[in-house]
Design a protein around this ligand. Structure first.
Ligand SMILES: Nc1nc2c(ncn2[C@@H]2O[C@H](COP(=O)(O)OP(=O)(O)OP(=O)(O)O)[C@@H](O)[C@H]2O)c(=O)[nH]1
Ligand SMILES: [Mg+2]
Ligand SMILES: [Zn+2]
Length: 275
């Protein structure tokens, strides 16, 4: 039987197929192969024994959150509590671009910003929109809902950013657990503990556990460079074809940072990632 893993809690995988949902175990052979089934996987399973026998080839896969075969990755980005992290946002954008998965940025907690703080952060929000990303605020429920149709989507972002809260707002009957922000640490308390795909607005959406740090896995320096998409608009103007836009002379990317066309924090994050 073929089905899709919609939920994983340790070694219990819920597989959805035309016959219904079945909780299955993974065969030991996967562990020996250094492979584990993850949410989003299309699998062949034994309906009698409730064992996953095979994982079909993945279109794409993410390690954090662990999920495969997604069409759209929502990067849920808090503007305050936890504080806005352009580092995490840029990291996730690069990872999405590398995986050829469309990122959608949703900013949360604008209501917690003072007018002055908003004035400071607005050009940054606008910049992501300007370089071609789809950008929403989390009160733009009707626009966000439209993205789901016919797609497999995942919500990712820092713990406490408001992923589960936004899904509950979109569909109040979900009643996903949400958590307060730790006042001492100014970050979330890892309230969501497992990844689960939910059918919503004619598509599927995964709520996932948040994180506070994110790593690049399996990516080279070139991969990081190539996936800062707006840099690619200018690289033909660099003197060297393989310019990394760091120490090289006659680099158009660096000029565009200096004249403000490229957002300074994007470039700084890029340099930091390469290091
Ligand atoms: N003021 C304000 N609070 C929000 C907003 N969105 C979420 N929150 C609050 O932020 C806290 C964390 O929200 P969650 O939805 O649990 O965050 P999460 O991203 O699911 O966190 P994890 O499950 O730990 O990864 C809760 O107290 C929410 O009520 C917002 O737009 N404004
Ligand atoms: Mg959550
Ligand atoms: Zn350059």
């Amino acid at each position: 039987m073929q089905g899709k893993i919609i939920k994983q809690i340790s070694n219990d995988y819920t597989v959805r197929c035309s016959e219904g949902d079945f909780v299955c175990k993974a065969r030991g052979k996967f562990r020996n192969l250094g492979l584990s089934p993850i949410v989003g996987d299309e699998v062949i399973f034994d309906l009698e024994d409730k064992y996953i026998l095979d994982i079909l080839p993945r279109r794409n896969e993410f390690h954090r959150p662990a999920i495969a075969n997604v069409d759209v990755m929502f990067i849920i980005t808090s503007l305050k509590r936890p504080d806005f992290s352009s580092n995490l946002l840029d990291k996730f954008l690069v990872i999405c671009e590398y995986n050829r998965v469309k990122p959608v940025i949703v900013f949360t907690k604008a209501d917690l910003l003072s007018d002055l703080e908003m004035e400071k952060i607005k050009p940054i929000i606008d910049y992501y929109d300007k370089i071609g990303y789809e950008v929403y605020m989390n009160d733009d429920i009707s626009a966000i809902k439209k993205v789901f149709a016919g797609k497999v989507c995942a919500f990712t972002g820092q713990s406490g950013a408001g992923k589960s809260t936004l899904l509950n707002r979109i569909s109040p009957n979900l009643k996903l657990k949400t958590g307060e922000i730790s006042l001492a640490l100014n970050r979330g308390k890892h309230t969501t503990r497992h990844t689960e795909l939910i059918e919503l607005c004619d598509g599927m959406v995964a709520d996932t556990p948040g994180f506070s740090a994110l790593e690049f896995t399996g990516m080279s320096k070139e991969d990081i460079k190539d996936n800062f998409t707006e840099f690619n608009l200018y690289r033909d103007g660099c003197q060297f074809r393989d310019c990394f836009h760091i120490h090289e002379k006659k680099c158009l990317v660096k000029e565009k940072v200096l004249d403000g066309t490229i957002l300074k924090s994007r470039y700084d994050n890029y340099v930091n990632f390469l290091k």
